[in-house]
Design a protein around this ligand. Structure first.
Ligand code: DC
Length: 219
C-alpha cells in the first residue's frame, strides 16, 4: 500500500507522515531528507549545488538509510548520522537548489525501491505526481506562507537554532518559488489528490482526517 503526502515547506506533511505511518504501522519515506542529505554531502565535498554533474555523482552513489530510534527516525547517509545536520536553514535551501537539477532527480530511483519492499507513507514534493503516480491514496497539504513560516520558526527555536522570523519567512518564500516553478517535477497536487488546507487545523485534526480517508479506502 502506498500513501503519498505532498506539499510545500511547513505544510505539516513531515509530522503528519511520521504520525500516520506510526498509526498504520507503515514505513515512513521522507524524500526531503534524501535531497537534504545530497545537499549536505555535496557541500562537504566542495561541490556547488548548481554543479549538475558533480551533484549527480553524489546522488548516484548515496547510501541512505532510515533507522527507527525510539520515536524519531535517524537518517544515515554514507554511514554518517546526518539527522540534525540536514535540518539547518542553509541545507534547506541547498536541498531545494539540488532538487531543481534534472539529472539529480533522475538519479533518485532509490525512492521507488522503498515502495517495492514496504507499505509506505511517502512525503515530498512529487510523490503523487511523479514517483508513485499509482499510489493508493494521495494527499496534498497546504497552508498560507505566513502560517508555514511560523511553524518552521517555532520548530527551529525548539531545536535551539535561533533565527529571525523574517529570514525564515524569506527562506520559505524562496523554496516555494523554486520548488513550484522548476522545470522537472514541480510542486503541484496530483489530479487525484485530496487537498487539505491545514491553516486552521492542529496536527491531531490533520492526522485524524488523513487516517479516516485512508481507512475509508483501504482496510
Ligand atoms: O520536505 P523538505 O522541506 O525536507 O524538502 C527539502 C527540499 O528538498 C525542498 O525544498 C525541495 C526538495 N525536495 C524535492 O525537490 N522533492 C522531494 N520529493 C522532496 C524534497
Amino acid at each position: 500500500v502506498i500513501i503519498t503526502i505532498d506539499g510545500p515547506a511547513g505544510s505539516g506533511k513531515s509530522t503528519a507522515a511520521r504520525l500516520l505511518s506510526d498509526r498504520l504501522g507503515f514505513f515512513h519515506l521522507d524524500t526531503g531528507a534524501i535531497y537534504r542529505a545530497i545537499a549536505y554531502l555535496s557541500k562537504k565535498a566542495d561541490i556547488l549545488w548548481s554543479d549538475e554533474e558533480g551533484v549527480e555523482k553524489i546522488a548516484l552513489n548515496i547510501d541512505i538509510d532510515f533507522i527507527k530510534d525510539g520515536d524519531r527516525i535517524k537518517v544515515m547517509a554514507n554511514g554518517e548520522d546526518v539527522t540534525e545536520k540536514i535540518r539547518t536553514p542553509e541545507i534547506s535551501i541547498g536541498a531545494s537548489d539540488v532538487g531543481r537539477l534534472k539529472r539529480v532527480r533522475a538519479a533518485l530511483d532509490i525512492q521507488r525501491r522503498f515502495g517495492n519492499k514496504n507499505n509506505i507513507v511517502a512525503e515530498g514534493r512529487d510523490m503523487g505526481t511523479v514517483i508513485f503516480p499509482y499510489a493508493d491514496v494521495k494527499f496534498y497539504l497546504s497552508a498560507s506562507v505566513e502560517v508555514r513560516a511560523d511553524r518552521r520558526y517555532k520548530e527551529l527555536i525548539k531545536k535551539g537554532i535561533n533565527q529571525d522570523y523574517k529570514r525564515v519567512l524569506e527562506e520559505v518564500r524562496i523554496r516555494d518559488e523554486q520548488d513550484s516553478n522548476r522545470e522537472v517535477a514541480p510542486l503541484r497536487p496530483a489530479d487525484d489528490a485530496i487537498i487539505v488546507d491545514t491553516d486552521r487545523m492542529g496536527i491531531e485534526d490533520v492526522l485524524n482526517f488523513l487516517e479516516d480517508e485512508v481507512r475509508k479506502r483501504w482496510r
